[in-house]
Design a protein around this ligand. Structure first.
Ligand SMILES: CC(C)(COP(=O)(O)OP(=O)(O)OC[C@H]1O[C@@H](n2cnc3c(N)ncnc32)[C@H](O)[C@@H]1OP(=O)(O)O)[C@@H](O)C(=O)NCCC(=O)NCCS
Length: 152
C-alpha cells in the first residue's frame, strides 16, 4: 500500500499531440476508451490532465468536465507499473483544486462496484456513495456503478 509522502509531480493539460502517449497507457486496461472518445475530448476542449512523475515520465491522466457547480470525473488511469504509489491520489487532488478554482462545489464520479482499489481510494479522499446505478456499464464491460460525490 502507498503510505507515502507526496512526490514531486508535474501536471499539464493535454492536446491532441499527446494522443499517442495517452493511448499507450489507455490500451493496457480492460475497460478502455476508444481513440475517437479521446478525440472528442480534444474537439470539445474538455480538460484532460496529464501527470508526470519526478523523472518526467507520463504516468497517467484524468478527464473531467464542469456543468454549473458540478465537476464530473469521467476517466482516470495510472499506468499499471506506477499504480499504488499515491500518484492517483495526487492526480485527483490536483483535479479537485482546478475544479475549486472554477467555482465547482461538488465533484462526482461513477466507479464499477467491483473496482475495490478505486473505491477505497475515493472513499479515503472523502467521496461518499450517493447510490448504486444498476447496469450503468454496458458494452465491453458490464455491471453496476457506485455514483460518488465529494463536496469541495
Ligand atoms: C484507480 C487508480 C487510478 C488509482 O491510482 P493509484 O495511483 O494506483 O492509487 P494510489 O496509489 O494513489 O492510491 C492508493 C490507495 O488505493 C487503494 N488501493 C490501491 N490498490 C489497492 C488494492 N489492491 N486493494 C485495496 N485498496 C487498494 C488504497 O486505498 C490505497 O490507499 P493507501 O495509500 O492509504 O494505502 C489506478 O489503480 C488505475 O489506474 N486503475 C485502473 C483504471 C481505473 O480503474 N480507473 C478508475 C475508474 S473509476
Amino acid at each position: 500500500m502507498s503510505h507515502i509522502v507526496d512526490k514531486v509531480c508535474t501536471y499539464r493539460h493535454a492536446t491532441s499531440d499527446d494522443l499517442d502517449s495517452i493511448m499507450l497507457i489507455n490500451d493496457q486496461f480492460e475497460h478502455k476508451w476508444t481513440i475517437e472518445k479521446f478525440q472528442e475530448v480534444f474537439t470539445n476542449e474538455i480538460p484532460l490532465i496529464l501527470i508526470y512523475n519526478e523523472d518526467e515520465i507520463l504516468i497517467g491522466y484524468l478527464v473531467y468536465f464542469i456543468t454549473l457547480d458540478e465537476g464530473r470525473i469521467i476517466n482516470i488511469a495510472i499506468d499499471p507499473q506506477y499504480q499504488n504509489k499515491s500518484y492517483g491520489r495526487q492526480l485527483i487532488h490536483h483535479a479537485l483544486e482546478e475544479m475549486y478554482e472554477s467555482n465547482v462545489h461538488y465533484a462526482l464520479l461513477d466507479v464499477k462496484t467491483d473496482n475495490l482499489s478505486a473505491i477505497s481510494l475515493y472513499t479515503k479522499m472523502g467521496f461518499q456513495i450517493l447510490c448504486r446505478r444498476i447496469g450503468y456499464y454496458a458494452g465491453d464491460i458490464e455491471g453496476d456503478s457506485y455514483f460518488m460525490q465529494l463536496r469541495l
